[in-house]
Design a protein around this ligand. Structure first.
Ligand code: MG
Length: 166
C-alpha cells in the first residue's frame, strides 16, 4: 500500500475516534441539562463513529499495514444550546466529508482499487451523516425555545436505533 494512503488512513482512524469523542462530550452536556433523548441519539452517533474508525483499522490490517494509533484532541466540553450542538455536529460531518474526499483522491491517484471501494462506502455514508445532522439543525430551528416541543423532540430522539452493520 502506498505510504501517503496508509498515513491518511491512520490519520482517519484518529479523526473518526475524535468524532466519537466530540459526540460523547455533547451527550454529557445533554445529560447535564436533562435531555436524555438527545444524549441517547449522540451515544448512537458516537458508536457509529467508533465503527467507522474500525473500518479503516481493519482495512489497514487486512492489507498487511501497521495501525498506529494517535493522540485524540480534547473535545469541546461547554455548549450553549441544543441548536449549537446540532450545528456543530453538522459542521463536524462536513469536515469529515472533506477528509474522506481527500483520502479518496489519494486512492485514485495511486490506482488503489480496494481502498477506493472502501472510500465509496464512506462517501455515501457521509451523505447520510450530513442529512441526519442537518435535519436535526432544521428541526431545532422550528422548535425554537418552546420547552414542550423540545421535550417532545427529546422523546422522539430517544428512539434512535443503531444502524444495521453492512
Ligand atoms: Mg464517521
Amino acid at each position: 500500500m502506498n505510504k501517503a494512503l496508509r498515513d491518511a488512513m491512520n490519520d482517519q482512524v484518529r479523526n473518526e475516534f475524535h468524532s466519537a469523542y466530540i459526540y460523547f462530550s455533547m451527550a454529557a452536556y445533554c445529560e447535564s441539562i436533562n435531555m436524555p433523548g438527545f444524549a441517547h441519539w449522540l451515544y448512537v452517533q458516537s458508536q457509529e463513529e467508533i465503527e467507522h474508525a474500525m473500518k479503516f483499522f481493519d482495512h489497514l490490517n487486512e492489507r498487511g499495514e501497521r495501525v498506529a494509533l494517535q493522540a485524540i484532541e480534547q473535545p469541546p466540553t461547554e455548549f450553549d444550546s441544543l441548536l449549537e450542538i446540532a450545528q456543530a455536529a453538522y459542521g463536524q460531518e462536513q469536515t469529515v466529508t472533506g477528509q474522506i474526499n481527500d483520502i479518496y483522491d489519494i486512492a485514485v491517484e495511486e490506482k488503489d482499487y480496494p481502498a477506493q471501494a472502501l472510500l465509496q462506502w464512506f462517501a455515501m455514508e457521509q451523505v447520510e451523516e450530513e442529512d441526519t445532522t442537518s435535519q436535526l439543525v432544521e428541526r431545532l430551528k422550528m422548535v425554537g425555545d418552546e420547552p414542550a416541543a423540545l421535550v417532545m423532540l427529546d422523546r422522539e430522539l430517544a428512539g434512535r436505533q443503531p444502524e444495521e452493520e453492512e
